[in-house]
Design a protein around this ligand. Structure first.
Ligand SMILES: *[C@@H]1O[C@H](CO)[C@@H](O)[C@H](O)[C@H]1NC(C)=O
Ligand SMILES: *[C@@H]1O[C@H](CO)[C@@H](O)[C@H](O)[C@H]1NC(C)=O
Ligand SMILES: *[C@@H]1O[C@H](CO)[C@@H](O)[C@H](O)[C@H]1NC(C)=O
Ligand SMILES: *[C@@H]1O[C@H](CO)[C@@H](O)[C@H](O)[C@H]1NC(C)=O
Ligand SMILES: *[C@@H]1O[C@H](CO)[C@@H](O)[C@H](O)[C@H]1NC(C)=O
Ligand SMILES: *[C@@H]1O[C@H](CO)[C@@H](O)[C@H](O)[C@H]1NC(C)=O
Ligand SMILES: *[C@@H]1O[C@H](CO)[C@@H](O)[C@H](O)[C@H]1NC(C)=O
Ligand SMILES: *[C@@H]1O[C@H](CO)[C@@H](O)[C@H](O)[C@H]1NC(C)=O
Ligand SMILES: *[C@@H]1O[C@H](CO)[C@@H](O)[C@H](O)[C@H]1NC(C)=O
Ligand SMILES: *[C@@H]1O[C@H](CO)[C@@H](O)[C@H](O)[C@H]1NC(C)=O
Ligand SMILES: *[C@@H]1O[C@H](CO)[C@@H](O)[C@H](O)[C@H]1NC(C)=O
Ligand SMILES: *[C@@H]1O[C@H](CO)[C@@H](O)[C@H](O)[C@H]1NC(C)=O
Length: 724
């Protein structure tokens, strides 16, 4: 720039010289001018003169020396904030560093209006670097750090191009921790960041600042908060209450209030909590003393009460005078819920009813039947007052008291009879009656006061009532005996009803009746009871209308021996006869005829259940059953021919052998309901000699065991043989 400006000035100067050469042709003066002078018309018009050109000083002819215009000072010649540059024959101005010319040219010459203005370097963005703050000064600038930044590697102010200093953002790092507090929030770690704190759970803020701020020194300031542990202290005390509290005073602890005994809850909450503020919440439980108030009032009653209305107090009710207790409880108690229990006592006005009758007396007057009423009595006609009170009073027990007057008849007191009471009495007649539990069979029941003034006493005799039939017992299985209660020699008629049944024979039913008249005190009767039967026997004393019942059972009897004709006869076909008892109710079931060959000593067991059969005999000489006759097949009598070769009841009636002697034994067997009873008789002896014997009965009791028979010819033991 400077050089271009210089060339322009040179061109201008060349032109001036040319001019001069033109004039020089006419005037020589001008030709002598210094090259660096100009030829100019003199001011006074007297020719021309050489004048050193601008910037030169000299005579204009011989020399024109350069003039140093800058000598006088840049400020004076070029202006403020300039530098003056002298050149040969001229000079120029430039602006000092930090300033810029107003003509925007590199150089300028004075008085062309150009000024040197301060350059605002701060207009250049980021000239101070990040976080820097530019400050423009006259001719220069400097840098400071912005808020939130701090200078590094130097000091402020600094010049970014000359110093190493620079601005760096402030970072306080992690916020500090505070005792018993927690950080709630933080806006960052840079300058001005704020971290907020709150007390930890169970602690409360007591003082100090809750927040911390990142300061200019890269350090957090604060927090200063002081957190103290929350304690609620002792729970509140409410009147008339107890507490359920585990002693903990920390937040969240609870206290349960309850009304003390004798108090009830009127309202309010019964729980208090220890809050985060360190206070117990208000418990509002209100307890009121339990009072039952006045006891209930029951009609016609009085009370025994000490006036206490607290639970447990009692009131005793009683009926007022003139009233008596009809029913209900007479105590009321004040309960824990504040109510009197219900007393149900019901009192009724005393009413004695009609005044009593007095013996031989009449009622003269009565004021009523209520409590305190008085009835007056006087002796009946024919009687005179002997002692006692004439009046009767209705008492508290609803009973007339009195009269106790004793009126005596003219005959004097009625005769006393043992075990009797007087039913009715007038002047002359007394009716007696046996006391309860006594009776009389005979005699007059009146005592009569006769004209002589003497009692004709009643003749009745009252005896203790006993059952007409007692001590009823069975004897000999079929007979009954009892004790009779009746009047002396009276005859009592008895009806005996007996009903028999058999468990093993459903169709069996034996119901019979028997009448008996007896004067005996110990009557007896024997009944034709059937064997092996359960009987229910009722005996009724007909006039006493008394029945006594017993049950008994009968056993299986030894069968009755049939009537037979004992014979000693000769073979071969003796006919034997038997007639059984006419009683069809006998228990005999069947007859068995045994043939006993007579050989040495015979042994025969009547009770043996063994039934030796002829057909099954190995030895021809053994004993055997030759016939079995069922009762149903026999009429009253039967003639059996021994050895006729027929079968009887499945047994073979084998012919008897010649030249042998036999005993023939008849066994009667009773078989009822599983029981067996036997009886045996010797029916015949078969041999040459014969004589007749009638045997009616023999061994009773087949169950006796072994029947040993010793044979003595022509002889019969008296204990089982009976001559006809
Ligand atoms: C005239 O001045 C110029 C500069 O302006 C210079 O170069 C030159 O030598 C001077 N001439 C003489 C004869 O002094
Ligand atoms: C700090 O916080 C608590 C509650 O957390 C508040 O009561 C208290 O006034 C706060 N203190 C300040 C100084 O802000
Ligand atoms: C007391 O009870 C509270 C709850 O109400 C429980 O948190 C606490 O641990 C208990 N303290 C003790 C000492 O039992
Ligand atoms: C406390 O009150 C609640 C309801 O109000 C009740 O159910 C509970 O039985 C009460 N506890 C006591 C001990 O009174
Ligand atoms: C009244 O009697 C009750 C028992 O029934 C007793 O508990 C109470 O103390 C008594 N009160 C007075 C005032 O005597
Ligand atoms: C007590 O008596 C009152 C009034 O008679 C009744 O309303 C209440 O239910 C009773 N309380 C109990 C527990 O019986
Ligand atoms: C009862 O009445 C009789 C007369 O009827 C009289 O003589 C007697 O004194 C009275 N007895 C009493 C105790 O009043
Ligand atoms: C007494 O009673 C008997 C029998 O009832 C009767 O015959 C008699 O006339 C009565 N005598 C009197 C005085 O009433
Ligand atoms: C008295 O005996 C008779 C007959 O003997 C009878 O009718 C009457 O009921 C008996 N009276 C009393 C009170 O027993
Ligand atoms: C009698 O009765 C008893 C019991 O009921 C029974 O066991 C028994 O067999 C009966 N006897 C007869 C003979 O029916
Ligand atoms: C018969 O009666 C007697 C006594 O009453 C009893 O011991 C016996 O067991 C009875 N027999 C039968 C078969 O019922
Ligand atoms: C049995 O014999 C006798 C005498 O010989 C005779 O009188 C009787 O009628 C006979 N009986 C029968 C049932 O045959």
């Amino acid at each position: 720039m400077y050089w271009r400006t210089a060339l322009v000035i040179l061109a201008f100067l060349t032109h001036a010289i040319t001019e001069m050469r033109v004039t020089g042709q006419t005037l020589d003066v001008c030709a002598t001018c210094h090259p660096n002078a100009t030829c100019e018309e003199k001011v006074d018009g007297t020719g021309k003169a050489c004048n050193c050109m601008y910037g030169f000083v000299g005579n204009g002819r011989t020399y024109c020396q350069d003039k140093n215009e800058c000598q006088i000072g840049a400020n004076k010649i070029c202006g403020q904030h300039t530098a003056c540059h002298n050149t040969y024959g001229s000079f120029y101005c430039t602006c000092l560093a930090g300033y810029s010319p107003s003509n925007n040219m590199a150089i300028f010459i004075p008085n062309d209006g150009t000024r040197c203005q301060d350059i605002n370097e701060c207009r250049v963005q980021g000239i101070c670097g990040e976080g820097g703050k530019c400050t423009n000064m006259q001719g220069y600038f400097n840098c400071l750090c912005q808020v939130g930044y701090q200078v590094h590697n130097g000091a402020e102010p600094f010049h970014p191009h000359q110093d190493k200093a620079l601005c760096k953002a402030i970072d306080c790092g992690q916020p500090p921790s505070a005792l018993n507090a927690v950080q709630l929030s933080a806006t960052g770690t840079h300058y001005g960041s704020v971290a907020k704190f709150g007390c930890s759970e169970g602690f409360f803020w007591k003082s100090g600042e809750n927040s911390s701020v990142c300061g200019a020194e890269s350090v957090w300031k604060g927090p200063s908060l002081v957190c103290e542990e929350i304690r609620c202290g002792d729970p509140p005390i409410l009147p008339h209450t107890g507490q359920v509290w585990n002693g903990s005073t920390n937040p969240g602890s609870t206290v349960l209030f309850y009304c003390k005994e004798g108090f009830h809850r009127e309202g309010g909450g019964n729980i208090s909590y220890c809050t985060e503020n360190g206070f117990w919440t208000k418990a509002t439980l209100s307890c009121k003393e339990i009072m039952c108030g006045g006891p209930p009032i029951l009609p016609h009653t009085g009370q025994v009460w000490n006036g206490s209305t607290n639970p447990g107090s009692t009131v005793l009710f009683y009926c007022k005078e003139g009233f008596h207790r009809e029913r209900g409880g007479d105590i009321s108690q004040c309960t824990k819920d504040g109510n009197w229990t219900k007393a149900t006592l019901s009192c009724k006005a005393i009413d004695c009813g009609q005044p009593p009758l007095a013996l031989n007396a009449v009622q003269l007057s009565a004021t009523g039947t209520h409590y305190g009423s008085v009835a007056k009595f006087g002796c009946s006609e024919g009687f005179f007052w002997k002692s006692g009170e004439n009046s009767s009073v209705c008492g508290a027990e609803s009973v007339w008291k009195g009269p106790s007057l004793v009126c005596e008849a003219t005959c004097g007191p009625a005769p006393a009879l043992a075990n009797t009471e007087v039913v009715l009495q007038n002047t002359s007649v007394v009716f007696h009656r046996c006391l309860e539990g006594f009776h009389s069979w005979r005699g007059r029941n009146t005592s009569v006061c006769d004209i002589t003034g003497k009692w004709q006493a009643a003749t009745m005799r009252c005896r203790e009532i006993k059952p007409a039939i007692s001590d009823l017992v069975v004897f000999n299985e079929k007979c009954l005996r009892w004790k009779a209660d009746k009047y002396e020699e009276d005859t009592e008629n008895y009806r005996v009803v007996f009903v028999g049944f058999r468990a093993y024979q459903r169709s069996f039913h034996d119901k019979r009746k028997k009448l008996l008249s007896s004067t005996s005190d110990h009557p007896e009767i024997c009944l034709n009871l059937l064997p092996v039967t359960n009987y229910t026997i009722s005996i009724t004393a007909l006039s006493a209308r008394f029945t006594s019942t017993l049950t008994t059972n009968t056993s299986l009897q030894v069968p009755q021996a049939p009537e037979i004709l004992y014979r000693e006869i000769e073979a071969p076909l003796p006919t034997l006869w038997l007639r059984r008892s006419a009683n069809t109710l006998d228990p005999i079931s069947f007859y068995q005829v045994f043939v006993l060959p007579l050989e040495g000593t015979l042994v025969f067991d009547c009770s043996s259940l063994n039934t030796p059969d002829f057909s099954s005999q190995r030895k021809p000489h053994g004993q055997y059953i030759t016939a079995q006759l069922h009762l149903r097949d026999i009429g009253n009598e039967i003639n059996l021919t021994l050895g006729d070769g027929h079968y009887y009841g499945g047994f073979y009636n084998a012919p008897l052998q010649n030249g042998r002697d036999y005993y023939i034994i008849l066994r009667a067997v009773s078989q009822w309901g599983g029981a067996f009873k036997h009886s045996c008789v010797i029916w015949a002896k078969v041999r040459d000699i014969s004589y007749i014997m009638k045997v009616s009965s023999l061994f009773a009791g087949g169950s006796i065991g072994v029947f040993a028979l010793a044979i003595f010819l022509g002889h019969c033991y008296t204990w089982f043989c009976k001559k006809t």
